[in-house]
Ligand binder design. Structure first.
Ligand code: AMP
Length: 281
């Protein structure tokens, strides 16, 4: 039975009990509207840890004023059912006041990795991510915390933060779960109309084509430019970025060595901003 916890003291008490018993804890941070992608993280945590804490918190500090915070899907009962079906021990679902009480004043900023991709197109976004993940890592006192490779840059930024600030939690990346047509599962896919949902898999297909061409030796800049054009021709309204970058440092790559780079994209389709990334070679 999944226990719903909304306050810090109860969470601390429970994880203290587990720690004293020498039982390991896996943490799965989410913003809710859960799907099979989130459940892959839960599954990985269940395989490696005695207890699993999933957090459901739509973190306001990682949204800019023009973004979809107010529209973000809120389906807590369905989320809880999914967590129960997947035998999660605790659903930590704090209120905004609990996470950010009056007088809250601390920011955590990872520089360098956040200069590119979503960091450049969503200014301040990763400061909000590292702020909330730092808090959740402290609150969860987890041995391992699980993040999806769909948000590759987020995973890299969280890893860097955990390393730099000596968080004792191991950060684990989990492969992207996709629909049969290749579209990466995302809570934001519910924004797509039926017609847009037909177009959406073009993002992954285009990235895979781009990665294959770059792996064959074509220059990344030209390939990425043509791929961005292909997305617009397919019906995407704009492309925030489509770039080939080093998988670890996120430095731009023109002719990467096999296995070292990925192609990353964010593009808008109707009300949704979709992101994806694939390996080169
Ligand atoms: P979100 O609720 O969108 O903030 O996502 C919470 C976590 O689930 C993040 O670590 C995401 O990278 C991960 N995630 C979201 N979608 C997927 C997916 N399709 N496959 C794997 N992980 C995912």
């Amino acid at each position: 039975m999944t226990e719903v916890i909304r306050d810090v003291a109860t969470l601390r008490m429970l994880q203290g009990t587990w720690r004293r018993a020498g039982e390991s804890i896996g943490l799965v941070p989410t913003m809710g509207a859960l799907h099979a992608g989130h459940m892959a993280l839960v599954q990985a945590a269940r395989e490696e840890c005695a207890h699993v804490i999933a957090t459901v918190f739509v973190n306001p500090t990682q949204f800019s004023p023009s973004e979809d915070l107010d529209a973000y899907p809120d389906v807590f009962d369905a989320d809880l059912q999914l967590l129960r079906d997947n035998r999660v021990d605790v659903c930590f679902a704090p209120t905004r006041d609990i996470m950010y009480p009056d007088g809250f004043a601390t920011t955590v900023r990872v520089s360098g990795l956040t200069d590119h991709l979503c960091g450049a197109t969503r200014p301040g976004h990763f400061d909000g991510v590292t702020q909330v993940v730092a808090k959740l890592l402290n609150l969860g006192a987890a041995d391992r915390a699980y993040f999806g490779q769909k948000d590759w840059q987020q995973l890299a930024v969280v890893r860097q933060m955990a390393r730099d600030l000596n968080f004792p939690t191991e950060i684990v990346g989990v492969p992207t779960v996709r629909a049969a047509d290749g579209l990466a599962l995302s809570s934001r896919n519910v924004y797509l109309t039926e017609a847009e949902r037909e177009i959406a898999p073009v993002l992954n297909r285009t990235l895979r084509n781009a990665a294959a061409q770059i792996a064959r030796g074509h220059g990344a800049a030209g390939v990425c430019e043509a791929s961005a054009r292909a997305l617009i021709e397919a019906g995407f309204s704009s492309v925030d970025y489509l770039e080939c970058r080093d998988a670890q440092t996120l430095a731009a790559q023109e002719r990467p060595n096999p296995g070292t780079a990925r192609v990353f994209a964010a593009a808008k389709l109707g009300k949704a901003r979709l992101i994806d990334n694939v390996a080169v070679g």
